[in-house]
Design a protein around this ligand. Structure first.
Ligand code: DX5
Ligand code: ZN
Length: 240
């Protein structure tokens, strides 16, 4: 699978969110990572379906990767589906019935994924890997942008990659938290193919330069990572 770069809007300038998203897509991002926090499951409060819908109305046609850090999960799933989410990932500890939540996301036409906190074992995948399209390994504790990468995440990425390989299914392996140009190669070597980066991209002056360097680093260990000739979706833009 081609590597995907997923800028997290958490580090964007929210007063100019549409333009920021347009800018990272023009700079070569593949999908938009959308962090939803509820001040309950995690100690921070961010954005909801209205903002996702606003990005679609603005003209963003790229896939939107909704990362739910909320409890409960099910209530909000249909709202995000209606708001234009592509992927919806959630933390298994945050829902009563993991299998039911996965089915709910699928029924609403979105692609489900499970998210693993640093201390959460991968056992939840034993009976769900055949049902999901993404495994997200948190390389920080969820809640804030700009935290330090937790090195044990590399071993967990390797374990998750082995499970995906054994399943024979096309499941994206995403890593989220503290990803920078100087550690992205290690995560790619450990098996990640989808890379969330918030502060590293939005905190840089040159979005395109940062994304290009990330791809160069990934290509150094996988041989993949140059920009794909045909983007996976229309990358942009304003429908007005
Ligand atoms: C953390 C979020 C991340 C965060 C990443 O809870 O899930 O997506 O925005 O930000 P950086 O890349 O700055 O660690
Ligand atoms: Zn996230």
């Amino acid at each position: 699978m081609q590597p995907w770069i997923a800028p997290s809007v958490l580090s964007a300038d929210f007063a100019r969110l549409g333009a920021e998203v347009e800018a990272v897509l023009e700079a070569g991002a593949d999908l938009i990572h959308f962090d939803v926090m509820d001040n309950h499951y995690v100690p921070n409060l961010t954005i909801g379906p209205l903002v996702c819908q606003a990005l679609r109305k603005y003209g963003v046609a790229a896939p939107i990767d909704v990362h739910l850090m909320v409890r409960p999960v099910d209530r909000i799933v249909p709202d995000f589906a209606a708001a234009g989410a592509t992927f919806i990932t959630f933390h298994p500890e945050a829902t009563e019935h993991v299998d039911r939540t996965i089915a709910l996301i699928r029924e609403h036409g979105c692609r489900p994924g499970l998210v693993f906190n640093p201390a959460t074992p991968l056992d939840y995948l034993d009976y769900t890997l055949e049902l999901i399209d993404m495994v997200l390994i948190m390389s920080v504790n969820p809640g804030f942008a700009g935290q330090q990468f937790i090195p044990t995440s590399l071993r967990k990425l390797e374990d998750a990659r082995a499970r995906i390989q054994a399943s024979g299914r096309e499941v994206r392996l995403e890593v989220d938290g503290g990803i920078k140009t100087d550690n992205i190669a290690a995560t790619a070597a450990a098996g990640a193919d989808t890379f969330v980066a918030g502060s590293a991209i939005f905190g840089s002056r040159d979005y395109a330069g940062t994304i290009r360097e990330m791809r160069r680093q990934i290509a150094g260990v996988t041989g993949k990572g140059r920009p794909v000739a045909t983007p996976i979706g229309v990358r942009r833009r304003r429908a007005r």
